[in-house]
Design a binder for this molecule. Structure first.
Ligand code: NAD
Length: 351
């Protein structure tokens, strides 16, 4: 049995280019996948992870790379989708020789793939890779969002995009401004805590959870939030549920518990299965497709690599609202789930 068949792989989906690389001197083993570059060079993070097998690494890079094509298209970027993975434990196996070898690997694709930060790699690691290639992005921040330091961290832009998208969705679904609206936030990390700040400023009432008690305490202290335990966050009687921790949390059991009429949060791959989008629609819940509402980070990385301005970055992030409204209108008109409409719109743009 050919376990590593690439063309027949269930996640292959017509990828344009998949490259495997081994550098014997440093021990680097890595894969770069370019899903589609019809709209421009493929932009996507480089992840370092202790994959149990090459097959697992291949599956991950193909799945993530395809996701980036859809995300870039819906964010209105002249950019395609790609991703890279380095096989290894970032805590024990990361060396500067491997990062330099990764830089050479990226450079060998002559700009067809542009790398950025992802799990297991830091902005400093990207800078090391940048010693071998100019095709790394998100390392020299130039433009600011909400006066935060332009240090290559895309979280402030992601949080601003989620805030803007959530506000628009509340206006659309509940015909309400944010004042007095109850929002449950799952996860108060880089994005969640900033989202909490934006919402508090607008008078929303926050119910918050995290697996780190100190994060909850901060939100209670600074934003008068109401603390909820991680296991009870699906049960609270709120208007909006904002997943900002991990993926695959929208599964049948949690969906059955939800009282919210809007789901709008930063987490990637929120739906455990695509078909759960319809389950949400059947319950009358408006779901803001994750890769549309959380695109502020990729928009930030894109603007840092072109000649733009603080305003240019901000205006672009605010376009997330228009895109979401188009999705909701089409979903209503066609009677189909918002996640499916988003996929269709992305395919129209990059296809
Ligand atoms: P983060 O790691 O800084 O924050 C995640 C938070 O969730 C942490 O505080 C963690 O303690 C908490 N958490 C983990 N498991 C939890 C659980 N079971 N219940 C409650 N809380 C839990 O990550 P982040 O950068 O804030 O990103 C949040 C999500 O948004 C992730 O899914 C990420 O992939 C996605 N995202 C982030 C960006 C970005 O710019 N950072 C961009 C797009 C998407």
């Amino acid at each position: 049995m050919n376990k590593m068949s690439v063309f027949e792989h269930s996640e292959f989906d017509g990828h344009e280019h998949v490259a495997f690389y081994q550098d014997k001197t440093s021990g680097l083993k890595a894969i770069i996948a370019v899903h589609n570059s019809n709209l421009g060079s493929a932009l996507g993070g480089c992840r370092m992870w202790p994959y149990a097998s090459d097959e697992e690494a291949l599956r991950d890079v193909l799945r993530l790379s395809k996701g980036m094509t859809y995300k870039a298209a819906m964010a209105g970027l002249k950019q395609g989708g790609g991703k890279a993975v380095i096989i290894g434990d970032p805590r024990t196996e990361k060396t500067s020789d491997k990062l330099l070898a990764m830089g050479k690997f990226i450079d060998s694709l002559s700009g067809k793939y542009i790398s950025a930060e992802d799990s297991g790699l830091t902005v400093d690691d990207l800078k090391t890779m940048g010693g071998q290639t100019e095709h790394v992005s998100g390392i020299h921040g130039k433009y600011h969002i909400n006066s935060e330091p332009a240090d290559g961290n895309p979280a402030p832009s992601t949080a601003y995009g989620v805030y803007v998208g959530l506000k628009t969705t509340v206006e659309y679904a509940l015909n309400s401004e944010l004042k007095g609206v109850k929002v449950a936030i799952q996860g108060l990390g880089h994005v969640g805590i900033r989202l909490a700040k934006h919402l508090h400023k607008q008078g929303a009432i926050l119910y918050v959870t995290d697996i780190r008690p100190e994060n909850i305490e901060k939100a209670v202290r600074e934003f008068s939030a109401i603390a909820v335990s991680p296991q009870n966050i699906y049960d609270v009687d709120v208007d909006v549920f904002a997943p900002c921790a991990m993926g695959a949390i929208l599964a049948a059991d949690n969906i059955a518990k939800l009282k919210a009429k809007v789901i709008a949060g930063a987490a990637n791959n929120q739906l455990a299965k695509e078909e759960f989008g319809q389950l949400l629609a059947d319950k009358g819940i408006i779901y803001a497709p994750d890769y549309v509402i959380n695109a502020g980070g990729i928009i930030d990385i894109y603007h840092q690599s072109i000649t733009s301005s603080d305003k240019g970055l901000r205006d672009h992030i605010e376009k997330i609202s228009e895109t979401l409204l188009e999705i909701y209108r089409r979903a209503q008109l066609q009677g189909i789930a918002t996640n499916i409409v988003a996929n269709q719109m992305a395919e129209e743009r990059f296809g």
